[in-house]
Design a protein around this ligand. Structure first.
Ligand code: PMP
Length: 400
């Protein structure tokens, strides 16, 4: 019998060699207790969280929690069915209404995760004979959406308007084209030049889908995302997003003004062939989305935190993913996995959790520690975080 798992032997060997050096496994962390959006108990130690996507700190909002509890009591623990059969409750419609209001669109469709929203939208919109033109650094869910469908896939160099223009120009003028962009690219925390990219896409007659997973909540006047801040709302055909970041729960969605949008509910396989979200989840999501419409103070504090951390790390001599803070994600670039894990462990022992990222998830084979800030991090916590980076960075020789 050929062992089907033997293809993973190199990865198993690499992990064993790393763990044999005595470091902790960065992919096996357990949060024993979560105290707030910014603190948890890990290994018996109170730890500041700087590696969540809880950008707006909504997970412990009293109104959000109350809405979830009420829905659990009134509608039960789960729907046990698809959105198109028994799985649409009034809470799912209320959640779609909240999204329509938040984005000011005619249509909104809720999926069970953001991953499935990309999988479903991309594979359903672009079919045989159509083209998907995507940024080379796109998220895995965007790539998987391409592979699930039958369209031709064309990649352009990350954030290069010129390369996008060139590649679109080579495609048949009459073919269906979907350009897929992200507002914020989550590995390096950089944002897309959406104004220029949208103009080029329109020039070539392409439809545009923007994933605002990491932009929702704190970009633009209404917190809709980078596409709002860039002033291109009217030209973006589809916006995909998730409830697993600023909204603070789980789920995914797409909003649009396309007049034929509702037909997608019948033909989009990752929408049809899976169970809908539990009533408590859509109730928490709807409440959180409505509160995010009026979260100007939180937005301002999140930006303040992001800029302070970026400046502080830069001043210490860390190599960062962007010149200035472009989003709430700040990527610290390291030379290899051993250095990344050594710094990661030093920070964890000091009481700080950040995420590690490595190829193939990262661009250009980079090893990163990814910091993501929360609107609920206090000024004092941000200073504490900087202190921990200073000591752990020196102890591991990452900074002089
Ligand atoms: N798009 C992007 C850009 C993401 O970063 C993520 C998750 N990290 C997703 C989509 C998927 O979201 P979800 O967690 O809801 O599946």
């Amino acid at each position: 019998m050929a062992d089907l798992l033997s293809k993973f032997d190199p990865l198993i060997a690499e992990r064993e060699a790393l763990l044999a050096t005595g470091v902790r496994d960065p992919y096996a962390i357990v949060m024993d207790k979560v105290l707030s959006p910014t603190e948890a108990m890990i290994n018996g130690r109170k730890t500041i969280l700087l590696g969540t996507y809880n950008y707006m700190g909504m997970t412990f909002d009293p109104d959000v929690i109350a809405a979830g509890k009420q829905a659990l009591d009134e509608f039960g623990s789960g729907t046990t069915g698809s959105r198109v059969l028994n799985g649409t409750y009034q809470g799912h419609k209320a959640c779609e209404d909240a999204l329509k209001e938040f984005y000011g669109t005619e249509h909104a469709i809720v999926f069970s995760t953001g991953y499935q929203a990309n999988l479903g939208m991309i594979s359903t919109l672009a079919g045989k004979g159509d083209y998907i033109i995507l940024d080379a650094d796109s998220h895995a869910s965007i790539y998987d959406g391409c592979w699930l469908g039958d369209a031709e896939i064309v990649r352009f160099r990350h954030n290069s308007v010129e390369d996008l223009d060139k590649r679109l120009g080579r495609l048949p003028a009459e073919a269906g084209k979907l350009v897929v962009l992200e507002g914020v690219y989550s590995m390096m925390g950089d944002i897309a030049p959406l104004q220029e990219m949208v103009a080029v896409s329109k020039k070539h007659g392409a439809m545009i889908l923007v994933d605002e997973a990491h932009g929702m909540g704190f970009f633009g006047e209404h917190g809709r995302g980078v596409f709002e801040e860039a002033g291109v709302e009217a030209d973006v055909d589809f916006v995909v997003g998730t409830f697993s970041k600023s909204v603070g729960t789980v789920g995914g969605f797409c909003v649009s003004n396309h007049p034929k949008f509702e037909v997608l509910r019948l033909v989009c396989r990752p929408y049809v062939f899976t169970a809908s979200l539990p009533p408590s989840v859509v109730a928490t999501a709807a409440t959180s989305i409505r509160k995010l419409m009026h979260a100007g103070d939180k937005r301002a504090h999140l930006w303040k935190n992001s800029r302070r951390l970026h400046q502080g790390l830069r001043d210490m001599g860390y190599k960062l993913g962007t010149e200035t803070a472009q989003s709430a994600i700040i990527a610290v670039i390291l030379t290899d996995m051993a250095q990344a894990v050594a710094l990661w462990q030093g920070l964890l022992e000091a009481g700080l959790y950040v995420n590690t990222a490595r190829p193939p998830a990262t661009p250009a084979g980079m090893f990163l520690l990814r910091c993501s800030l929360c609107a609920e991090h206090s000024d004092e916590q941000v200073e504490q975080i900087l202190g921990m980076f200073e000591s752990a960075g020196r102890a591991t020789g990452v900074i002089p």
